[in-house]
Design a protein around this ligand. Structure first.
Ligand code: CAA
Length: 387
């Protein structure tokens, strides 16, 4: 047991921290306000290998491990959660799905341009009537008579990077009578005829990460773009979310850390009743609880990343570790940012400081990639065996 990071991870952490603090922090507020997609920094991050962290170099990635991925996620999220959301979708939802379940041709054709940052990828599971109940999807995929392509019809909602992505991993029903066992995964080109992007969602937080609804109107998807076998889609969706949830845990740690560091600074600088507010026990208690929870969240996140790495190449699941990390870290982000606003008082509520943005951004971590309620359900089911 060794709690120290290896040299390559320390170097990566330093480099990404420098980049994030110098190039993302100064623009985060502007992008939060405008809600514009930060194209330029995303492109730079692609050039740095951050859009294909775990993708082997032959497919355009950095060829690093899951610990590297969570280190990057924490650093980017500590600068700006919106940027880290875009990183997480490309890396752990899109690339991971195709690297794990795709054919050689699919990896070359669809992972390489995303891993290099040339284009973005997205993951389309949620529908207007099915969020937590993901198996209850209505989007249909029907094989054409000549067997050359599937025809997709339906709607997906809350698609992160939907307005800008080139390629999408899409889940659709091929055999609705089989319920979740009738779901199949596809790789869909966003430029296909009948692929319609809806209006961008106005959001509380992560405002620079673009989100929209997608409609499929007789979209033709070549058979060679099917990901895995027919009927395997639900398991693909769930196992990919296991990877994604580790990324969201790391994002939560990053948001919490930024809010915590600002709070420590403020507790030392801000005076009330003739002394720094950090000398008051009520502030001390907040600082201690914030720090302790962040450390615990990071340890759970690292543990989940380690477990995923240990199980690489096997079919064994790291669902429990991923869900625990996501649950605890996201609730930590919410707790810490809430306390940070309180410590900063009026300044925490002001747009002049990033504290209110951290607070708004933290909320999504308890919702997307499975709400806290879903994580608790997953953890409890795995522990008790009861459904
Ligand atoms: N890995 C592999 N297989 C899994 C799995 C996993 N992690 N979890 C479940 N499965 C398998 C089960 O073994 C079961 O297999 P069989 O058919 O062989 O029995 C099958 O999937 C169905 O599992 P359940 O019976 O547990 O399914 P359920 O419908 O009762 O519940 C759920 C599953 C846990 C609630 C699941 O639907 C879930 O996680 N829901 C939340 C969905 C979610 O996270 N949505 C987020 C949208 S994506 C997003 O947010 C992206 C973004 O924009 C950033």
């Amino acid at each position: 047991m060794d709690f120290k990071l290896e040299e390559e991870h320390i170097i990566l952490q330093k480099e990404v921290r420098k980049f994030a603090q110098n190039e993302i922090v100064p623009i985060a507020r502007e992008f939060d306000e405008s809600g514009n997609f930060p194209k330029e920094t995303i492109k730079k991050m692609g050039e740095m290998g951050l859009m294909g962290i775990e993708v082997p170099p032959e497919y355009g990635g950095a060829g690093m491990d899951t610990l590297a991925y969570v280190i990057v996620m924490e650093e980017i999220a500590a600068a700006d959660a919106s940027h880290s959301t875009i990183v997480s979708v490309n890396n752990s939802l899109y690339n991971y799905a195709i690297m794990r379940y795709g054919t050689e041709e699919q990896k070359k054709k669809f992972v390489t341009p995303v891993a290099t940052g040339e284009v973005s990828g997205a993951y389309a599971l949620t529908e207007p009537q099915s969020g937590s109940d993901a198996g209850n999807m209505k989007t249909r995929a029907v094989l054409s008579e000549d067997g050359e392509y599937y025809i997709l019809n339906g709607r997906k909602s809350w698609i992160t990077s939907g307005p800008v992505a080139k390629y999408f991993v899409v889940f659709a029903m091929t055999q609705p009578e089989l319920k979740h066992r009738g779901v199949t995964a596809f790789i869909v080109d966003g430029d296909s005829e009948g692929f319609i992007r809806g209006k961008k969602e106005p959001k509380l937080g992560i405002r620079a990460s673009a989100t929209c609804e997608i409609a499929f109107e007789d979209v033709k998807v070549p058979v060679e773009n099917r990901l895995g076998e027919e009927g395997q889609g639900f398991k693909i969706a769930m196992s990919v979310l296991d990877a994604g949830r580790i990324g969201i845990a790391a994002q939560s740690v990053g948001i919490a850390r930024a809010a915590y560091e600002a709070s420590v600074q403020y507790a030392k600088e801000r005076h009330a009743f003739g002394q720094p507010i950090g000398k008051f026990q009520m502030i001390q208690q907040k600082i201690a609880d914030m720090k302790t929870r962040i450390e615990a969240a990071r340890l759970l996140t690292y543990q989940a990343a380690w477990k995923k790495e240990q199980l690489k190449g096997t079919n064994q699941r790291y669902t429990l570790e991923a869900s625990m990390a996501k649950l605890f870290a996201s609730e930590t982000a919410m707790f810490v940012t809430h306390q940070a606003v309180q410590i900063h008082g009026g300044m925490g509520y002001s747009k002049e400081l990033p504290i209110e943005r951290y607070f708004r951004d933290a909320k999504i971590t308890e919702i997307y990639e499975g709400t806290s309620e879903i994580q608790r359900m997953v953890i409890s089911r795995l522990e008790t065996g009861l459904k």
